[in-house]
Design a protein around this ligand. Structure first.
Ligand SMILES: [Zn+2]
Length: 470
């Protein structure tokens, strides 16, 4: 059997409609996670879908209890051929966001796969059922093409709580670091940089959400009787916010910025086409640091957003100085940002700027991650892409949004490569979620090539070189 044969078989599987059938069956599971999620809706996705598939491929499966009470367990599957072989850890999530059934276009439904405009519509086709189905299908075809011998070991971790921020994932990786140990992490989630552009991303930006409040008195004051001699919390808060990020989206505090963009990252970003055309929406050229390109502003730098602003009653403005004002802000940040000390950094800045009346409180955060684009594994993956794709893959140092990559890169210490089978317009988390057939077909070819090459000597060389550079 040859790689060409494996690629032909996977194409045949797709063209004969089997992949579509597999996807339709998965979409029908209403595996919605959330605060009031029920294991009865979620666990069948393991028991009836993943476990039978994985077992048939020679995996041994077991569940790992979630250390966070009330959240579904993890599914761990392992297929070891030889302890000396390269070991890949992969990941996927079987939970989805709510269906929003009423809001889909006529004739579409979140729980029934529908073909329209050369795409498949249904909840989870992009996030994440379709993506891990592509990977498991490719893996199965490579196993077959190699007569049952992959030439590498596979470990797979699945969860049912990703859409509620992966509770317990980090603890499980810490507690079970031994059984999850591997040489490389390869998984799929999130979007490509554009519909046509095969992509790999190597980490994700982090996120820190903090609240600013200015609460000066218990009741409102008449603006005619008191305006001019009493502080207005809304004005104070606006001033404080604009001292952090100005009206052009430029962060004003050095402690909220990353170190200069490293050369390999800058180089990788310079090769990406990130503009109004590739994103399908006109981007604001006069927003953010004018010395940075759009790719650098989106993926190589930090951005500070105001998520909410609250003061007075906008539905019914009164002639009054509101007693309090508050805002939620979010810092999206790249590797190297001292986000854990964000509360102190903002506090110190506000004190120095004279905003001692404004309180700051960090609510939650997740770290940024990024594999060095110069890693031997990236070079190896590039080769695997090149041999099946007409286009050079886009290498994105980190996703602009967030995947729980720190569990794998920081806690397990793995080189992480994400290969997305979706695109920015896929409507994940919204009505009309869809997966273009072309992306699914191309994803199957790419992953078949990746899994084929993982059993070849070049992968062992990448492992040796990565270990030497670590
Ligand atoms: Zn999601």
């Amino acid at each position: 059997m040859t790689k060409a044969r494996a690629l032909a078989e996977v194409r045949k599987y797709f063209e004969e409609g089997h992949f579509r059938g597999d996807l339709a069956r998965r979409v029908a599971y209403r595996s919605v996670s959330g605060a009031d999620a029920n294991d009865a809706d979620l666990l069948p996705y393991y028991a009836e879908v993943l476990e039978p598939d994985l077992t048939a491929m020679g995996f041994s499966c077991r569940t790992i209890d979630n250390p966070v009470p009330g959240v579904s367990p993890f599914l761990f599957a392992e297929r070891v051929e030889n302890p000396d072989f390269v070991t890949m850890l992969t990941y996927g999530h079987g939970d989805v966001v709510p269906g929003m059934d009423e809001q889909w276009d006529a004739g579409l439904s979140p729980w029934q796969l529908v073909d329209r405009n050369d795409a498949w519509y249904g909840r989870g086709v992009a996030d994440n059922k379709g993506q891990h189905l592509v990977n498991l299908t490719a893996l199965r075809e490579v196993i077959k093409a190699r007569n049952g011998k992959l030439g590498f070991n596979v470990k797979a971790l699945f969860e049912l709580g990703e859409e509620r921020s992966s509770p317990g994932l980090r603890q499980v990786c810490r507690q079970h670091a031994d059984i999850l140990s591997a040489d490389v992490f390869i998984a799929s989630d999130g979007p490509r940089v554009s519909k046509e552009q095969p992509t790999m991303f190597l980490g994700s930006r982090g996120s820190a959400i903090f609240e600013l409040t200015c609460s000066l008195r218990s009741g409102a004051l008449h603006s005619g009787n008191w305006g001019g001699i009493m502080k207005n919390p809304a004005v104070v808060l606006s001033g404080a916010i604009s001292s952090l990020v100005d009206g052009k989206g430029r962060i004003q505090v050095a402690g909220l910025l990353p170190p200069p963009i490293p050369f390999p990252v800058r180089d990788a970003l310079s090769k990406l086409k990130i503009d109004s055309e590739s994103l399908g929406r006109k981007i604001d050229e006069d927003w953010g640091d004018p010395t940075l390109s759009a790719a650098e502003r989106l993926l190589g730098w930090n951005s500070l957003e105001v998520l909410t602003l609250k003061a007075g009653n906008p539905e019914k403005p009164a002639n009054a100085i509101p007693p309090a004002a508050s805002a939620f802000l979010q810092l999206r940040f790249v590797v190297g940002t001292a986000w854990e000390s964000i509360e102190e950094v903002v506090r110190q800045h506000l004190d120095q700027a004279g905003y001692t009346d404004v309180q700051v409180r960090l609510l939650r955060g997740s770290p940024a991650t990024r594999l060095d684009p110069a890693s031997p594994w990236v070079e190896w993956a590039n080769e695997a892409f090149r041999s099946v794709s007409v286009r050079e893959p886009a290498v994105v140092p980190n996703l602009g949004g967030t995947v729980p990559n720190d569990a794998f890169s920081d806690i397990l210490g793995l080189p992480t490569i994400w290969i997305p089978h979706s695109y920015p317009g896929c409507k994940q988390h919204a009505p009309n979620e869809h997966l273009p057939l072309a992306i699914a077909a191309q994803g199957l070819a790419i992953m078949t090539s990746v899994f084929w090459e993982l059993g070849e000597p070049a992968a062992r060389l990448a492992r040796t070189r990565q270990q030497a550079s670590a």
